[in-house]
Design a protein around this ligand. Structure first.
Ligand code: SF4
Length: 477
């Protein structure tokens, strides 16, 4: 968690005069913790070590990696004030302008994450049991730096004068903006605010700085849908390319913990949204193509075929779940064409492999499992599409917890599940083997008594299935 990496006692508060406006700007700096020093790096050459903290560079404190890079890259002589355990050390470096330090920091935001000042009734943070989910899922971040570094959506409702000055100086882009609605009163309702700057003015400001913007609309029934949605799309289209590059429309997702009084869309309403957006696009295909995108849930929940690649262009909103299904289907086909068909083991029973997914994608994953089974003889890949007891909803794969999988499989005989369980990596914390409920994949493996392996995307899924086939063949199991 970004904020957990920040020790509040180490934060330093300063006031700096902004010369252009003669206003005081509040600046909060903090040490930059080094977590890795690659042997080839300048950091290693000068003797920096993992665990060192950079307190100052050329006499100035640091807010984030932007500050560090500006100072480091723009100087040929750099002085670093380092804290190593209880000692303070000075490192002097003579370098070329382009040289990089090469050390890896624990987080790009040394002074912590800026939290959000909204109270959206659909907020995911309010839709979970606080005592049973990771701390990272409980952080309400709304920080333009995270938007730039990780593609997180921000609302621009908490920008201080100092933040605005920094955005004007740094011009970070693209940024990802939650618009929800362009009518101020509807947007304020969506954000749970009494007032906020009109989003169209904010987007024009970003446009004037040359910062490209991807936007999202979380769609809630009877709040920002129908005529409000049409108005929002049309208003954003007026700003097409400067700065608005794309718009993602995502249906509100609610769990059993929701207390904000909202409801989900009915299937008929989802069809209405698909029609509304498609009619808007089709009325001027030359001008409106590849601008507004419906998230995959609209198609999966209505059992409508997902659009083809042409609809998604270069997939600008993949991180928001827009086009993942199409991309996955295309990659499966591509990968299956590349693999050599293993020889069938005559008359031997196929080896079973289980592939876990959420119920929302059942028709798609069953179709994919059938294609893989046709292409790789000797294997029976079976899709297990599970509901989430934890969240209490028919669910997308990314929200299934370790215990959901255990409960979904525990009464099924092992011989029906198979010799391997494939877990899509999207269910695990990034770069780890830990589910949303903190269960480790090895714990699930132990509880079920069946090997579990994670797979990211089509390539890894098919590699895993092919390797399992080869392994089982070679060992004669
Ligand atoms: S902007 Fe809204 S949805 Fe996002 S974290 Fe804040 S309250 Fe939650």
């Amino acid at each position: 968690m970004e904020s957990a990496l920040v020790n509040k006692k180490e934060l330093k508060h300063h006031r700096v005069l902004d010369e252009s406006t003669q206003k005081d700007i509040k600046v909060v700096t903090a040490p930059a913790l080094i977590i890795s020093v690659p042997p080839w790096s300048l950091a290693s050459e000068i003797g920096l070590k993992q665990g060192d903290k950079i307190l100052e560079i050329n006499g100035a404190g640091l807010r984030d990696i932007f500050d560090f890079e500006l100072q480091f890259k723009n100087s040929e002589e750099v002085e670093l004030l380092i804290k190593r355990e209880n000692e303070e050390l000075i490192f002097e470096i003579e370098k070329d302008y382009d040289d990089e330090l090469g050390a890896e920091f624990a987080t790009p935001l040394f002074n912590g994450v800026q939290e959000c000042a909204n109270k959206c009734p659909f907020c995911f943070v309010e839709n979970q049991p606080f005592d049973q989910t990771r701390e990272t899922l409980q952080l309400r971040d709304d920080d333009f730096r995270l938007s730039y570094f990780h593609g997180s959506y921000i609302t621009l409702t908490n920008l201080s004068f100092s933040d605005r000055k920094r955005i004007e100086e740094l011009r970070p882009g693209p940024l990802y903006i939650s618009v929800h609605a362009t009518e101020p009163e509807v947007r304020n309702l969506m954000l749970g605010r009494k007032k906020s700057n009109p989003i169209i003015d904010e987007l024009k400001w970003l446009g004037s700085l040359g910062i490209p913007v991807h936007t999202q609309i979380v769609l809630c029934p009877e709040m920002n849908d129908k005529e409000h949605l049409l108005k929002t799309i049309s208003d954003l289209h007026e700003l097409k390319d400067n700065p608005v590059v794309s718009v993602a429309v995502v249906p509100v997702g609610l769990t059993k913990y929701h207390r904000g009084g909202l409801r989900r869309f009915t299937i008929d309403e989802l069809f209405d949204v698909i029609n509304l957006v498609e009619n808007w696009q089709n009325s001027d295909l030359n001008n409106r193509k590849n601008f507004v995108f419906l998230s995959d849930e609209f198609y999966l929940m209505t059992h409508t075929p997902v659009p083809n690649q042409d609809y998604y262009g270069d997939y600008p909103q993949l991180e928001d779940g827009v086009g993942m299904t199409r991309l996955f289907l295309n990659e499966i086909e591509k990968k299956l064409k590349q693999i050599k068909k293993p020889k069938n083991r005559n008359n031997q029973a196929s080896k079973k492999i289980a592939w876990i997914n959420g119920t929302i994608s059942k028709p798609i994953v069953e179709q994919v499992a059938n294609r893989i089974n046709q292409a790789i003889p000797g294997i029976e890949l079976k899709a297990f599409c599970l509901d989430s007891i934890f969240w209490g909803v028919t669910n997308v794969s990314g929200l299934l917890t370790g215990n959901d999988i255990y409960q979904g499989l525990r009464y099924i005989p092992k011989e029906m599940i198979g010799e391997l369980i494939i877990i899509p990596s999207v269910m695990l914390k990034e770069g780890s083997d830990i589910f949303l409920d903190d269960m480790h994949i090895s714990e699930l493996e132990k509880k079920l008594g069946i090997k579990c392996k994670k797979a990211w995307g089509a390539d890894e899924l098919i590699n895993l299935v092919s390797q399992t086939h080869l392994h089982l063949t070679a060992t004669g199991t």
